[in-house]
Design a protein around this ligand. Structure first.
Ligand SMILES: Cc1cc2nc3c(=O)[nH]c(=O)nc-3n(C[C@H](O)[C@H](O)[C@H](O)COP(=O)(O)OP(=O)(O)OC[C@H]3O[C@@H](n4cnc5c(N)ncnc54)[C@H](O)[C@@H]3O)c2cc1C
Length: 306
């Protein structure tokens, strides 16, 4: 397995549960991956194709719902609202959500014309990646810190490439592109309800309360590769989110992060054989790696076990 982000670790868990001997090779610690930057809301954002995404997201939703029963999992099952500012929003994602309703007028901020209220998984990604590592360790998964230049350099007969944005370099795929995202995490003043406002005319906005902090975002800059925090961008994010949730106005900044989403016209989950080695690809999850993780990992197991 190349990669210890949410995709690599989830695949490692599922493969080890299925009886495979797994070694995870990665050059970054899980806490330093893009996965640790993710806001952690289950939501199929910036990922295609729609039918497979819905199927993967549905599998993950069920798994996260089970995990949320354990307070130590880093996963919560929380109610919130997806806002819409235009008529005819894309509601295809609601097909994967067991219960949802139209937002009442009092639940809509000025400018929003409708909304969907539902309960979804919220994942404290840094803590959750730690739980996945622990689960891997209990299942006997080995970990090695190294840069992989080519899957053929690895001694294993089967290699799963779950290397996020850098997967392209490993399998010769030019279709991956970065979509930069910046977040700021504020001390949680007691919020539990999340909020997504992607069509905000001032820029996308979301508020995702986890335990002690609230992830506030965001940005989605296609093709941008800079990972340095930008304070002007942060000020604009804070303006948008405090307009939507005034209780965040005096909340101190706990931490900040920037990550590059691994975007691809379609998420790649497939298997090829090269010179006696089986290479399974699992990457290109865009803005939905957490959301799709358990569904894609199930497909990876199927590709190997049939
Ligand atoms: C601001 C922001 C907010 C987001 N919010 C959400 C959200 O709310 N919900 C959601 O579902 N998704 C969200 N995402 C998207 C999500 O973070 C990604 O889809 C996901 O992290 C991709 O996971 P990954 O495991 O494929 O890649 P990564 O997390 O990038 O992990 C890649 C791994 O591969 C390893 N690697 C790469 N190349 C090599 C190599 N050559 N040799 C060795 N190791 C290598 C790295 O060390 C790392 O371990 C968000 C992203 C951003 C940036």
């Amino acid at each position: 397995m190349v990669g210890s982000g949410v995709i690599g670790l989830t695949c490692a868990v599922r493969l080890a549960e299925a009886g495979h001997r797994v070694e995870v090779v990665s050059d970054l610690a899980p806490g330093d991956t893009v996965s640790a930057v993710a806001g952690g809301l289950w939501f199929p954002y910036l990922a295609a194709p729609a039918d497979a995404v819905l199927r993967w997201a549905e599998v993950s939703l069920r798994r996260f719902r089970e995990l949320a029963a354990d307070p130590a999992s880093g996963v919560w099952w929380r109610e919130g609202v997806v806002l819409h500012r235009a008529a005819d929003p894309d509601l295809s994602w609601t097909a994967a959500v067991p219960a949802h309703r139209a937002a009442r007028r009092a639940e809509l901020p000025p400018g929003a014309v409708s909304g969907v209220v539902c309960s979804l998984p919220v994942v404290d990604t840094a803590a959750y990646l730690g739980r996945l590592v622990e689960r891997c360790a209990r299942l006997g998964v080995a970990f090695r810190r190294a840069v992989v230049a080519d899957p053929a350099d690895l001694p294993q007969r089967v290699v799963v490439v779950a290397a996020g944005l850098r997967s392209g370099a490993l399998v010769g795929d030019p279709a991956l592109t970065p979509v930069r995202g910046q977040v700021v995490r504020l001390a949680n003043p007691g919020l539990t309800r999340w909020l997504v406002d992607d069509d905000n005319p001032a820029g996308m906005a979301y508020v995702i309360p986890r335990g002690h902090d609230v992830v506030c975002g965001g940005t989605a800059e296609a093709g941008e590769t800079g990972t340095t925090h930008d304070s002007a961008v942060e000020r604009a994010i804070l303006d948008r989110v405090t307009e939507l949730e005034p209780r965040l106005r005096d909340a101190p900044v706990v931490s900040r992060a920037v990550g590059l989403r691994p975007a691809r016209p379609a998420v790649r989950v497939d298997r090829v054989e090269r010179a006696g080695q089986v290479v399974v690809s699992c990457y290109g999850h865009g803005g939905a790696g957490v959301t799709l993780s358990w569904g894609c990992a199930a497909d990876v197991v199927d590709l190997l076990d049939g």
